[in-house]
Design a protein around this ligand. Structure first.
Ligand SMILES: [Zn+2]
Length: 115
């Protein structure tokens, strides 16, 4: 285990409202992390270091939803040994959308887009 992705647990309706507000404010919505069909963790305004972990198409870590005392949490685990000063990355697994977000991970197997 590397770190828990900490933030506010919110429902879809609130996430949609916040996404629109963040886009309008130029913040973007990259700190909204989906847990399940109607739960999203929002680390935009309160979160921890996990929100700064970048995406990679060839990551050394992965995100997993675990249930602790009936509460779903996002935890980042390593897939392999991670060296000192090696960047920690995981696959964001964004849903496919028409409006593509370019991927800049530079991995050999880069998909070219995050979604
Ligand atoms: Zn990539």
């Amino acid at each position: 285990m590397i770190i828990e992705y900490v933030g506010q647990s919110i429902r879809q309706v609130i996430a949609d409202m916040r996404e629109r507000r963040y886009e309008k404010e130029g913040i973007g919505s990259s700190y909204l992390f989906r847990v399940d069909q109607d739960t999203i963790i929002d680390a935009t305004k309160c979160g921890n270091l996990a929100r700064f972990i970048n995406h990679s198409c060839n990551p050394n870590c992965y995100a997993k939803i675990v249930t602790v005392e009936a509460q779903k949490k996002i935890v980042i685990y390593s897939r392999q040994s991670v060296n000192v000063n090696e960047e920690i990355t995981y696959d964001y697994k964004f849903p496919i959308e028409d409006e593509k977000i370019p991927c800049l991970c530079a991995a050999e197997n880069c998909r070219g887009t995050l979604n």
